[in-house]
Ligand binder design. Structure first.
Ligand code: EPZ
Length: 422
């Protein structure tokens, strides 16, 4: 397992290109199952999660090659094994996104329950409820979701809200399945994340008839078939937000290319309110910190609210604000694996249920820490950039799941990150 040795404090300056969105890529790769033939998905990041998703599709019968620009050539003509095997699914929860398209294409699907992860138990009850509303017979068998629709799926009006609001991959699954269902499906309380919008736009390019895109009410007019597609993935707003925080915490200045600030209004709002300058320049953003961070009171919510995937990174940033900040996690109430690790770096964080009181400190101090989940690990990298001394981050594979060679992106900007094999 690799570890990072990170020397701080540093100041980041320069220009970095934001990669394509991991969370848009995964459901869009799954959507190619809906259209027999050769699709080309461009702009997917080179991440272990994308690799696992491709392995999963190949296990179903797809043929996948990588083009010289990194594009994915996916041939889904033959799906001869509609089974999402536990050995692959357990590596990545988002594998659940094959359930809807597989069921719609093959009229049957068997997908391993994804299981939990460091941020929560990750239930899929809303996915199952939605597919049953489309006429699927679904039962659980030895840890697998077994779904059948021998006569095909039938449109319905479906409420997809749950105790924590909308569900991103739940919306993706039901929307994908509904594209081939007979009749007009309405999804109420759909997730509005830009990644869901990107999937809907991709499906429409494949011949689907989806309206209400970007709103909590999606209307899907079922069609006979979908066609293979060539599609460019949107930029990764979470990676962009992570780089923005890195600029702010190091009092540096970064230009982020391929950055859609309009998809990040809640994030930019918090940054500006705490004294970080963010300027949108076409498809780039210039972010500068000034060393004097004010406090914030932020709560994670479904889009367009503040994204849960940037909660940990902002906690690292706010740990150096002048005064007390409050962070409340409303999407994954247990998503606080980073709290204890940041406290090891001399942050002053106190967890009260789904809320953390962040008492600002003058400086963070390097320490050996443990990566746990994807975004918590990014928060540790960010803290290490500002901390005094050499921070060791163990289990770096968590970071590689969501950030392509982050050391190769940050070191040219002034970071000092060494990856070591252990
Ligand atoms: C997506 O996960 C993202 N992953 C997550 O990003 C992100 O944190 C999450 O959406 C919320 O924005 C991908 O897109 C691959 P949800 P998803 O279903 O769809 C509850 C990252 O770091 N829920 O929107 O699995 C659930 O427990 C990852 O890149 C149910 O109760 O999340 C949670 O509390 C981490 N029943 C809330 O809804 C269900 O059937 C939102 O989860 C489904 C979800």
């Amino acid at each position: 397992m690799d570890l990072f040795r990170i020397q701080g404090p540093v100041k980041l300056t320069g220009t970095v290109k934001v990669n394509g969105s991991k969370n848009a890529s995964l459901p869009i790769i799954a959507a190619t199952l809906l259209a027999p033939g050769k699709s080309i998905i461009k702009g997917t990041p080179r991440l272990s999660d994308i690799e696992v998703c491709c392995q999963l599709l190949e296990s179903l019968g797809c043929k996948i090659t990588k083009g010289d620009q990194g594009e994915l050539n996916i041939d889904s003509a033959n799906i001869d094994n509609p089974v999402g095997d536990y050995e692959i699914v357990r590596k990545m929860r988002a594998s659940i996104a094959i359930l809807g398209p597989l069921l719609a294409r093959c009229r049957k699907a068997k997908v391993s329950m994804p299981g939990g992860c460091a941020i929560g138990d990750r239930p899929v009850d809303i996915h199952i409820r939605g597919l049953r509303k489309l006429g699927a017979q679904i039962h659980l068998e030895n840890g697998y979701i077994v779904a059948e629709a021998p006569d095909g799926l039938t449109a319905n009006s479906i409420f997809l809200g749950g105790p924590f609001g909308s569900t991103v991959l739940g919306t993706a699954n039901i929307m994908m399945a509904a594209t081939l269902a007979k009749g007009k499906t309405i999804i109420e309380s759909a997730a509005c994340e830009p990644e869901v919008t990107d999937l809907a736009n991709c499906l429409n390019k494949m011949g689907a008839k989806i309206t209400g895109i970007g709103s909590p009410r999606l209307v899907i007019e079922g069609v006979e078939q979908l066609n293979p597609v060539e599609y460019q993935i949107i930029p990764d707003r979470i990676e962009a937000g992570t780089f923005m925080v890195a600029a702010a915490i190091t009092s540096g200045e970064l230009t982020l290319e391929n950055c859609k600030v309009n998809d990040m209004m809640a994030v930019v709002d918090v940054l500006r309110n705490i004294g970080v300058s963010v300027e949108s320049k076409g498809d780039a953003a210039v972010v500068a910190g000034n060393g004097q961070l004010k406090t914030a009171d932020l709560t994670t919510q479904p889009y367009p609210g503040f994204p849960t995937d940037l909660q940990a990174q902002f906690m690292a940033l706010l740990s150096m604000s002048k005064g007390n900040s409050i962070i409340t996690e409303k999407i994954f109430p247990d998503r606080f694996m980073h709290v204890a690790e940041l406290n090891r770096m001399a942050a002053n964080l106190r967890k009260e249920g789904p809320t953390v009181i962040v008492a600002g400190v003058d400086k963070l101090i390097a320490a050996p820490v443990m990566a746990s989940d994807l975004r918590a690990s990014a928060a540790l990298v960010i803290a290490a950039l500002a901390a005094e001394g050499t921070t060791i981050i163990n289990r770096v594979y968590h970071i590689d799941r969501g950030y392509e060679k982050i050391e190769d992106r940050l070191n040219p900007l002034g970071a000092n990150i060494i990856r070591e094999k252990t």
